[in-house]
Ligand binder design. Sequence first.
Ligand SMILES: [Zn+2]
Length: 452
Amino acid sequence: MTSSSRLIRRGAIAALAVGALTAAAMPTFASGGDRTDAVRSAIKGGKARNVILLIGDGMGDSEITIARNYAKGAAGRLALDTLPLTGEYTTYAVNKSDPSKPDYVTDSAASGSGWATGHKTYNGAISVTPDGKPQPTVLELAKKAGFRTGDVTTAELGDATPAVLSAHVADRSCEGPADMAKCPQQDKVNGGPGSISEQQVQTGADVYFGGGKARFAQTIKAGQFQGKTVLDQAAAAGYNVVSDAAGLAAAKPGKKVLGLFADGNMPLEWTGPLAKVGGTDPAKCTPNAQFSGPHLRDMANKAISLLDAQSKRGKKGFFLQIEGASIDKQDHAANPCGQIGENVEFDRAVQASLDYARHHRDTLVVVTADHGHTSQIIPLEAQSPGQTATLITADGSNMKINYATNTPGQSQEHTGTEVRIAAQGPQAANVVGVTDQTDLFHTLSRALGVRH
Ligand SMILES: [Zn+2]
């Protein structure tokens, strides 16, 4: 027995000792102390064996602060707050007809294409340039170089953020073979590579988890799989297709896994009062009784363990993107509890990734967003022309959240603000300062040692 463990047996002093040990084991960055050595030791160059990229869709600084205040209190910290190196990046898109001009408010397609390919493009584009050329994605480059790859979301798998890694189409709406109206060039009927879901099967990531089962059940119109569904195509490509939490838990390494856990987007974690004109009474959020698993943290843990097991014998590790998609979708809907529940669950996926990285220090973990969004914390006495809701936070205080980027009742809008990017592990220093979303492509590909 060491002297310190003897100490721990002694009541009051023990509590102090445990506190001190915890503080020493986990460098804190918000203590007011001198952080120079902690930041210096967090800077690592070189290659990463694994890269985990976590995207909170629409998770601007305001969304993070709202989630933190509600779940942890104003002085608390989320897991995503603990990454040692932080910067901000710009997110703007470009005009399709004149790419020399910025489109200041990006959507998830243009922004995701930025980090997926290193190229700015127009809103709606899925990893094609404004003149329609497909650009190789970091997932495709990683796969070609021998890394295992994964693409995880709480949205439909064919939604923009997961799609930018694993497909190239002119418009994000072209998710399934029956949705090709805006993508004649990619339509299989015209000899193209097919819809987003068909291309995702062809790209062949080892792990795809999300919603969007209905798109994969659509019928392919031409080519080798004419008359079959995209699910048939996936089975022929060797995918183990699973559709619920039990199937996810039972999935074994050795086979590629396609997990489709909802017909459309996956259900929300939390419910509560919608924001409305004139505001709401103070309330707390409640778990969504209609939730059917798996949670994002379950998908994150499973993806990490499958990819880790599959890459164990090889020289190369894995590249994995994990998206919390409905922070954005519930921001659009002026649904604060929906939004916060998704952000808190996303934070659990961040924690799962940090837990893995603690034992695999050659893992680059990046946590960021694709664009800013509507929700803002405003004074309790403020009279907004938009929709507001008041929530009772972990501090036991009231927090008034405002949605006012569009006429009340309409879908609320993205904003053009820069957003947070935080990282740890090899190459993480490249997120520090103010960078652009396209710079992240170069940080990721440098960490993986892949080029295009
Ligand atoms: Zn959105």
